[in-house]
Ligand binder design. Structure first.
Ligand SMILES: [Zn+2]
Length: 383
């Protein structure tokens, strides 16, 4: 580990982003410290909503503004390719411009984040470099070589991640690293059949050498819609999470943990989707919906207490989107109005974002919520 003779560069907090935007780390640090308005209370978390289109972005902004919540919008490589018509850099330009314009009129502060950027492949490097230019936060996932389907040696993970920190921190862009291997499939670019827990000693080395302020350790979560066997609860290693937090706080108490593979399978969404499918006479898909397994919220709650203040959600957004689409088709499959279908889906996705933000305690941060948070009912029949 004698590659770096100097200390990793500190995150430049003087950087001013476009109006109402800031580095993800600034927002998640407020959450770790329980800061809302001028007051300090309980720790809360920012769900990072993985978005793939303007509907997802619009729904998230509405949810943030309804609750006065801190906003975090994340883009995977494949989402950026989708937005950019195959070109992830063009996808970054479109997404960054769109969000910048939305944020300028917003009542809350938001951050934009590259999910699972890697600095290993040539293609990955280009996207990370583009994201450092255009977003406010990047993930440098160098713990797994996804192309070769193997975990990276610690020194290589540190080396590549440090290169990203050297580039991003001086311009105020926060960096999230990953240590350990997370099983499951997030999308075509990030898939792993194996999983390892994060080792506390390696954690200290990694944090000291890379200088990252956000880190995704592996403590038992899984990517994808099948996080365990149907009927069995996903069990996370919460005691390891607390042990890791102690180590991280000893190095810098501004370090934030990130939970990946943390989507919930809402019974409200499952029940609604199965109902729509049955009414449409579709059986095979009903089975799939019945077998989806998410990470229960009580487990995630335990993680927030252990300093996991960024909670990634992707699968659940996809499921809610699909549930909304099925509901719209079931209600009226002959409506010749794209806006109507989009509006139905948008309502559904907005409701699930509001639900997740309330669960994470992320409301009343920038202003009082516009709804009575205690009375919010997540029911897709009434959105
Ligand atoms: Zn992930």
């Amino acid at each position: 580990m004698d590659k770096f003779y100097t200390q990793a560069p500190k995150l430049n907090r003087e950087r001013r982003f476009p109006q109402n935007m800031q580095a993800a780390h600034g927002l998640v640090l407020k959450a770790k410290n329980g800061e809302k308005g001028g007051a300090r209370g309980n720790r809360y978390a920012l769900p990072a909503f993985n978005v793939t289109n303007t509907q997802g972005i619009d729904a998230a902004f509405t949810a943030f503004e309804t609750l006065g919540a801190s906003g975090l919008l994340a883009f995977s490589n494949s989402a950026l390719k989708h937005i950019g018509g195959g070109d992830p850099i063009f996808g970054l330009e479109i997404a960054a411009d769109y969000i910048e314009k939305k944020a300028a009129r917003s009542s809350v502060q938001v951050a934009t984040h590259l999910d699972h950027g890697d600095y290993i492949s040539e293609k990955g490097r280009k996207v990370v470099q583009g994201a450092v230019e255009m977003l406010t936060s990047v993930m440098a996932d160098n713990s797994t070589d996804h192309a070769a389907k193997q975990s990276m040696p610690l020194k290589d993970n540190i080396g590549f991640t440090r290169e990203v920190v050297n580039m991003a921190h001086p311009v105020g862009v926060s960096v999230e690293g990953e240590l350990g291997v997370l099983a499951g499939e997030e999308d075509e670019d990030t898939k792993s059949e194996f999983s390892t827990y994060t080792d506390p000693e390696e954690l200290a080395t990694f944090l000291n050498e890379t200088g990252v302020l956000m880190l995704a350790p592996t403590i038992g979560t899984m990517h994808g819609p099948n996080k365990g066997k149907p009927g069995q609860k996903v069990k996370l290693n919460i005691s390891l999470a607390h042990e890791l937090l102690k180590t991280a706080n000893g190095i810098d108490d501004e370090i934030i943990f990130v939970a990946h593979g943390a989507s919930t399978m809402y019974e409200e969404v499952r029940g609604y989707a199965v109902e729509q499918l049955e009414q449409l006479g579709i059986d095979a898909t009903v089975q799939t919906w019945k077998n989806f397994v998410g990470t229960d919220w009580d487990q995630i709650q335990g993680l927030i207490e252990a300093g996991f203040c960024k909670i990634n959600t992707d699968t659940e957004n996809r499921q809610t989107y699909l549930a909304g689409l099925l509901g719209a088709v079931n209600e009226n499959a002959a409506k010749i109005d794209i806006r109507w279908y989009e509006k139905q889906i948008w309502n559904t996705v907005t409701a699930s974002y509001i639900q997740k933000l309330i669960m994470a305690g992320n409301y009343g941060v920038w202003h009082e919520p516009k709804i009575d948070v205690g009375k919010f009912v997540f029911d897709l029949h009434n959105v």
